[in-house]
Write a protein that binds this ligand. Structure first.
Ligand SMILES: Nc1ncnc2c1ncn2[C@@H]1O[C@H](COP(=O)(O)OP(=O)(O)O)[C@@H](O)[C@H]1O
Ligand SMILES: [Mg+2]
Length: 351
């Protein structure tokens, strides 16, 4: 049995089903993200683990013990909310010490633990300030220290970085990952940001409509999405309808050179081939799987992003690392291929 086990969790709000039979096993020290669009049930799942919401059905166990009937303050779980929820009238140190005061920890121990938690998030120097005297990033660190100071068994993070600007968010992601590894604390992050989930997680649970639709390590999920939803949620994807594409693409050539064998899926509804934009390469007409015309070219610094109009498929995205200036102006005729093993087969509904 894993350290944290969610088994068949369901949450109804009257007739509405927010979480619809969610099961997840998280190992001790693991970092798992719940990734999905707004409204898919991420926060509700986190709130059931924390004890703020009671499951309509299913069980939650930590270290082999069912915790569904254990009150919030006895669960040994630290939580960081999106809006930080700091107490405005308390100093940084008192905000961080609050959970220890509630637990009636002796003053000397309390003060030492507050100091250590503030050191962990590099805020020792600001212990006497009030929240309004802090930047967004600093407030976020206080919220993290407040969650860590109780030395929880599990850390829950609900979109903790989404109020920070992009540069700070990336810095904080790295800091958070290093701290999580150093402390070895079992962590569940809720986010709708696939880059954040990829950067931080050991595994990502992609959620849709109250369920986990795929659970994989970031690389595996990105390279081998099992549904079009997962393909699109974990990054940009070119999805080719296999049935419709058969005239344009010589599948036997792709299969012979190591690509997925699509022949078994040709009769199935919804079977797709997924090729990520950065796996597409410009090539000679003889080597090409597809040909088209550059519709737009966007310079992103590290890469060029092209939208290519291909007669049979509409618009295809191609990303090319910026090693030199691009000679592919809008209107240029181009030819495309990819390494056959870089295409993932999405099998469809089997009909
Ligand atoms: N207390 C509540 N009462 C009624 N509906 C709720 C309540 N909390 C959440 N919901 C609904 O449940 C769904 C899932 O919400 P939530 O878990 O907050 O989604 P997420 O965090 O993935 O954006 C949403 O449609 C939301 O409106
Ligand atoms: Mg939410």
């Amino acid at each position: 049995m894993a350290f944290l086990e969610l088994d068949g969790l369901v949450k109804h709000f009257s007739s509405f089903v927010a979480v619809d039979g969610l099961s997840l096993s998280v190992e001790r020290g693991e970092f798992v993200s719940l990734l999905g669009p707004s409204g898919c049930g991420k926060t509700t799942t986190l709130h059931m683990i924390a004890g703020f919401q009671e499951p309509s059905a299913g069980s939650i166990s930590v270290d082999g013990v069912d915790i569904v009937d254990v009150p919030v303050n006895k669960r040994d779980i630290g939580i960081v909310f999106q809006n930080y929820a700091l107490f405005p009238h308390m100093t940084v140190a008192d905000n961080v010490g609050f959970g220890l005061d509630m637990r009636r920890v002796a003053k000397a121990t309390r003060d030492a633990r507050v100091r250590r938690a503030l050191e962990q998030v590099h805020l020792e120097a600001l212990a006497g300030r009030y929240p309004k005297e802090l930047s967004g990033g600093q407030q976020q660190r206080v919220a993290l220290a407040r969650a860590l100071v109780i030395e929880p068994k599990i850390l829950l993070l609900d979109e903790p970085l989404s109020n920070l600007d992009a540069k700070l968010r990336e810095d904080m992601q790295i800091e958070l990952k290093l701290l999580q590894r150093e402390l070895g604390i079992t962590t569940i992050l809720v986010t709708h940001d696939q880059n954040e989930a990829m950067a931080l997680s050991d595994r990502i649970a992609v959620m849709h409509g109250g369920r986990i639709v795929q659970l994989d390590a970031p690389y595996q999920g990105y390279e081998h999405p099992e549904t079009p939803f997962v393909a699109g949620f974990l990054g940009k994807a070119n999805l080719f309808d296999i049935a419709a594409a058969s005239e344009a693409i010589d599948w036997s050539r792709i299969a012979q050179s190591g690509g997925p064998d699509v022949s078994a899926t040709l009769g199935k509804r919804g079977a797709l081939l997924c090729v990520r934009p950065e796996k597409m390469a410009f090539c000679s007409p003889e080597e090409a799987y597809l040909s088209g015309v550059v519709a737009t070219r966007i310079f992103l610094g590290a890469s060029w992003l092209y939208q290519i109009k291909v007669a049979q498929f509409g618009t295809i995205l191609v990303a090319e690392q910026n090693r030199s200036a691009s000679d592919k102006v809008e209107g240029s005729a181009v030819h495309l291929r990819w390494e056959p093993e870089h295409a993932a087969l999405i099998p469809g509904d089997g009909q």
